[in-house]
Write a protein that binds this ligand. Structure first.
Ligand code: DAT
Ligand code: MG
Length: 152
């Protein structure tokens, strides 16, 4: 569907390195519509909820600690055709060194624990993450004036 939504987040390292605009730009340039965007300093408890699926992993505590104490994140929602799967491709692999040049991680980072961005991995997790990060009124429904030039 053309109105699929994904939760895309610039992580603290991405914000600190001034890459917020670059990451938003890539999704916009692809034709995806920005429907929510805010700078947040998440608490440790909040990041534990966001990454709940990873709570048994050995890197969980470090990940949560990093995400909640290294500066703000930029939380965004993008909307468009197949945005969840395509967004993951645009991000690259979880490990930046395995990410092809041309992807966000493949162009801007090198370390697993500093991979600058998050993207939902499935439509269901996107829904869960958007509900966690945003109040309903913070996700804006509007039509993009260029939509007929992006979609046939
Ligand atoms: P992704 O962010 O690509 O969806 P994930 O959900 O498996 O990857 O993990 C969330 C984040 O946790 C990931 O972006 C970086 C960190 N991470 C994943 N695997 C790791 C590992 N083996 N060691 C250290 N950090 C890891
Ligand atoms: Mg993930």
């Amino acid at each position: 569907a053309n109105n699929e939504r994904s939760f895309i987040m610039v992580k603290p390292d991405g914000v600190q390195r001034g890459l917020t605009g670059e990451i938003i730009k890539r999704f916009n340039n692809r034709g995806y519509k920005l429907v929510a965007c805010k700078l947040v300093q998440p608490s440790k408890e909040f990041m534990q909820k966001h990454y709940a699926d990873l709570s048994s992993k050995p890197f969980f505590n470090g990940l949560v600690e990093y995400m909640s104490s290294s500066g703000p994140v930029c939380a965004c929602v993008f909307e468009g055709k197949d945005v969840v799967k395509t967004g993951r491709k645009m991000l690259g692999e979880t490990n930046p060194l395995a990410s092809a040049p041309g992807t966000i991680r493949g162009d801007y980072c090198v370390d697993l624990g500093r991979n600058i961005c998050h993207g939902s991995d499935a439509v269901e997790s996107a829904k869960r993450e958007i509900d966690l990060w945003f109040k309903p009124e913070e996700v804006i429904t509007y039509s993009l004036i260029e939509a007929p030039m992006v979609y046939e």
